[in-house]
Design a protein around this ligand. Structure first.
Ligand SMILES: Nc1nc2c(c(=O)[nH]1)N[C@H]1C(S)=C(S)[C@@H](COP(=O)(O)OP(=O)(O)OC[C@H]3O[C@@H](n4cnc5c(=O)[nH]c(N)nc54)[C@H](O)[C@@H]3O)O[C@H]1N2
Ligand SMILES: Nc1nc2c(c(=O)[nH]1)N[C@H]1C(S)=C(S)[C@@H](COP(=O)(O)OP(=O)(O)OC[C@H]3O[C@@H](n4cnc5c(=O)[nH]c(N)nc54)[C@H](O)[C@@H]3O)O[C@H]1N2
Ligand SMILES: [Mo]
Length: 758
């Protein structure tokens, strides 16, 4: 039985509000770039300004002069810091010494200012000219036995322009090895949705949120990770839409929210309840919930014709009767046990879903980072299809993307499994043979480096060493490489886990002015609602030696391949020409240059939203996957060796591997990150007390011991058998082989662990 004390909230004032503004301000000052940042802030998400690098939530069409959030402020200030990591810094600190620093200290050192080459003899990075850096990379690439020995990683902050150029470079070089952050993030959404409805992106626009009668938010913590989404949810909630949260934790930001941009809310410190309905399933239990909703709909449809949208189903869907049979064969007992919710709770969700006309499902990492994540995404779609909730105003599927342009990167070709049609189009445009065979995703890339099949690793942004699973193995993988190259703005873990040779190539950030051939360039990005818009930096570059990402990729490509097939330098001088290329290869971008200049950009039409299904049978397909036989929490526990299922997640003061600060305000954690949130009954059962220090050990059958030490136990409102701790500190625990079925995403939200007292 769970103890009522366990429901004690960690932080009582509403999320957002004064706390949010005070925290933003202190970050601005601490970043020592205050004046610059303030000027920059007012241009965030404004026409003619830059796209906030914080997240991929859509822009409100009636947003005023201010359309950013606390965490956007942090991202902008972080980039605008006046601290510098230059050649003198690297003279002072050897790489071995930097390896002992934590992630926060590395990034806090400041912006990278000039190209650096690692010298193994002295164990220091030393300055190198851009030309020599490009030549080094070219030599390494040209010496490979096969182009497939090169790996081209992308993090989702890259613009459409550089992403397009980068994939073109990799493919003309001869490989589809494009592991990317998406492989660790929303891959399951892309794979599952493409199978079911023929598109791998959300089907809704911002406008749909104004017409939804219910919004179900699955496995997502918008208060921290998509704060501008809270404003959208709050508006919906105020006009009477039901907001239903399904989350393993009681997240403050989903419960109450005072809008820091609404003066009235601030003065009165009033707040709106965001989610009137809050359900806390066990980790990985969402598919069972959805199956329960489907079962309830089928049961209720026996007495009520309005429950299922049979017209829609008959006209558009395939596999309906098979799906119905599969659902009805699944027992309530199994559904409740696996989800961790009671029958009454699930019935409540069924009522909300069945009696709301237009429903949107949103989701993020709580859904996609499990073993059965593709099946769960398909189950989300199944349930939407049952009531015709796709392709209708106010209804649809909304995977909420993470990185601000991760969706755009995929659209323009960053994909290790490109469609033959895309390669055909590239071949036709450049009149050259390009590879069709699939490349490596992120985990496969690590395997390839470990086995010697991957020899040159190039990263366009991100922090591969820290973001990926199984840190010990990943570090070894990177060290095995002949060359590692990082195109980055700030110092991070990946720069100090070097290949035999290593280069750091410092680039302009999104907020900075990008001058090419004397002309200011803009770039463009796509948000979670498929809106493509331009972004123009406003700050002076952190150093005059920085180059833009486009210029760097063009430089590497030109040194490696020459200019015969593609005239790289021409594109680096004028990004509008890259957009013309994109438009020539992807017809949905026709008139690209003209259309990004319109006020808030343009919408990339989503076929599923028009009820055109680009699947093999041209139907929307119900998927028939069974519930997992048993999740971690369902497996028998022996008293002397209790296991827990661990999810790894973000604190309020971080952007992925960038740690801005040591607080997690809404969860009541201050000044530290090595904590493990536990159910208090589990603590009692294991004789652990608040504040005890534990070692977290992974339970896996691959015979590799994995553990992290000195984690402080924090009693929390979390279902029994489940625990939570921050990423990236917990990445040493994630077995490399533990990935989602059919999409290869590491199972970052369900790792079986055992605790031992430190
Ligand atoms: N400020 C800030 N913004 C960010 C980021 C950041 O680090 N900082 N990262 C960006 C990126 S790349 C991404 S992908 C997004 C991530 O956005 P989120 O997906 O919100 O990120 P996480 O912190 O991983 O949170 C996962 C949430 O799902 C819940 N959860 C975990 N497992 C389950 C489960 O099995 N079922 C259910 N129902 N819930 C579960 C957790 O309790 C938590 O609330 O945010 C983006 N925006
Ligand atoms: N355990 C666990 N691991 C996870 C996750 C999890 O929930 N749990 N989440 C996963 C998810 S969803 C994601 S998306 C990945 C994120 O993986 P990545 O995208 O690889 O990691 P980030 O931390 O976002 O990358 C931060 C670095 O990007 C660089 N950078 C910042 N801005 C720019 C820019 O404008 N240009 C360039 N070139 N570089 C820039 C900076 O040097 C900074 O250090 O992590 C994954 N890893
Ligand atoms: Mo992500």
């Amino acid at each position: 039985m769970s103890n009522p004390e366990n429901n004690k909230p960690a932080y009582t004032p509403p999320a957002g509000g004064w706390g949010a503004l005070k925290s933003s301000a202190s970050h601005l000052i601490r970043s020592e770039g205050a004046t610059k940042s303030v000027k920059a802030l007012l241009r965030a998400n404004q026409p003619g300004g830059f796209d906030c690098p914080g997240c991929a939530w859509g822009d409100e069409k009636n947003a005023g002069k201010i359309d950013f959030c606390e965490n956007g402020v942090k991202a902008i200030a972080w980039e605008a810091t006046t601290k510098r990591v230059d050649a003198t810094f690297f003279q002072q600190y050897s790489v071995s010494e930097l390896q002992t620093w934590d992630d926060h200290s590395l990034e806090k050192s400041g912006r990278l200012t000039e190209p650096m080459l690692y010298d193994a003899k002295s164990d220091h990075y030393q300055a190198i000219s851009w030309q020599d850096a490009f030549a080094q990379i070219a030599t390494h690439l040209q010496q490979l036995d096969s182009p497939d020995e090169a790996l081209f990683y992308t993090s989702g902050r890259a613009s459409n322009e550089v992403a397009y150029l980068y994939q073109l470079f990799g493919r003309v070089f001869g490989t589809n090895n494009f592991p990317d952050c998406s492989n660790m993030c929303h891959e399951a959404s892309g794979v599952g949705m493409t199978r079911s409805i023929g598109v791998g992106k959300g089907t809704v626009t911002m406008d749909d949120f104004e017409h939804a009668d219910a919004i179900f938010v699955f496995g997502q913590n918008p208060g921290t990770n998509h704060p501008r989404m809270l404003a959208t949810l709050r508006k919906a909630s105020k006009r009477g839409a039901k907001v239903v949260a399904i989350n393993n934790l009681q997240e403050r930001g989903l419960q109450k929210f005072a809008d820091p941009q609404n003066p009235q809310d601030m003065l009165l410190f009033s707040s709106t309840d965001i989610s009137q309905y809050y359900f806390t399933p066990k980790l990985g239990g969402d598919m069972a919930i959805l199956r329960g909703i489907a079962k309830g709909l089928f049961e209720r449809s026996q007495h009520d014709d309005s429950i299922l949208d049979l017209d829609f189903i008959n006209q558009h869907c395939h596999n309906f009767s098979e799906y119905k049979a599969a659902v009805m064969a699944c027992s309530w007992q199994k559904i409740c046990q696996q989800s961790g919710l009671s029958r009454a709770e699930i019935e409540q969700m069924i009522s909300i879903y069945a009696y709301s006309k237009n429903v949107i499902f949103t989701w993020a990492m709580g859904i996609t980072q499990h073993q059965h994540s593709v099946a769960t995404v398909q189950e989300l779609i199944n349930v939407l299809l049952l009531r015709g909730n796709i392709g209708r105003k106010g209804a649809g599927a909304c995977p909420v993307r993470g990185h601000s342009n991760v969706q755009g990167n995929r659209t323009v070709g960053i994909n290790e499994k490109p469609s033959p049609a895309f390669i055909d189009a590239l071949q036709a445009r450049y009149n050259t043979k390009l590879p069709y065979r699939y490349g490596f995703n992120t985990v496969e890339a690590i395997d390839a480096m470990l086995s010697g099949k991957g020899k040159v690793f190039i990263a366009l942004g991100g922090n591969f060493a820290a973001a990926t699973p199984d840190s010990a193995q990943t570090y070894q993988a990177l060290k095995n490489c002949d060359l590692t190259v990082h195109i980055s703005t700030k110092l991070n873990r990946s720069h100090v886990i070097t290949g035999k040779q290593a280069l750091i190539l410092p680039c302009l950030g999104r907020t900075e002015i990008d001058l090419q051939a004397g002309i200011e360039q803009c770039i463009s990005v796509e948000d979670s609602m498929s809106m493509v818009h331009s972004s123009r930096g406003v700050n002076q570059p952190a150093s005059d030696m920085l180059r833009s990402e486009v210029a760097i990729i063009a430089g590497i490509a030109c040194a490696t391949l020459g200019n015969e097939i593609v005239n790289w330098p021409k594109f680096a001088e004028n990004y509008a020409l890259i957009r013309d290329e994109i438009a020539a290869v992807l017809p949905e971008f026709s008139d690209y240059n003209a259309r990004i200049d319109s006020k808030r950009g343009f919408y990339l039409q989503n076929k599923a939203a028009l009820r055109i299904w680009q699947t093999d049978n041209e139907k929307a397909n119900f998927s028939l996957t069974q519930l997992p036989a048993a999740l971690g929490h369902e497996k028998p526990v022996t008293a002397n060796s209790p296991t827990l299922t661990l999810q790894t997640l973000r604190s309020h003061d971080q952007y992925n591997t960038s740690i801005y600060g040591m607080n997690d305000r809404y969860r009541g954690v201050y000044g530290e990150r090595n904590v493990i949130f536990m159910n208090r009954d589990d603590m009692q059962a294991q004789q652990l007390y608040e504040g005890d220090k534990v070692t977290i050990n992974t339970v896996s059958d691959d015979k590799i011991a994995r553990s992290v030490q000195n984690f402080k136990v924090v009693g929390y409102n979390i279902p029994q058998g489940c625990a939570a701790a921050y990423y990236p500190e917990t990445n040493p625990l994630i077995p490399l082989g533990s990935v989602a079925q059919d999409c290869g995403t590491p199972t970052y939200k369900s790792i079986t662990i055992k605790l031992t007292k430190s």
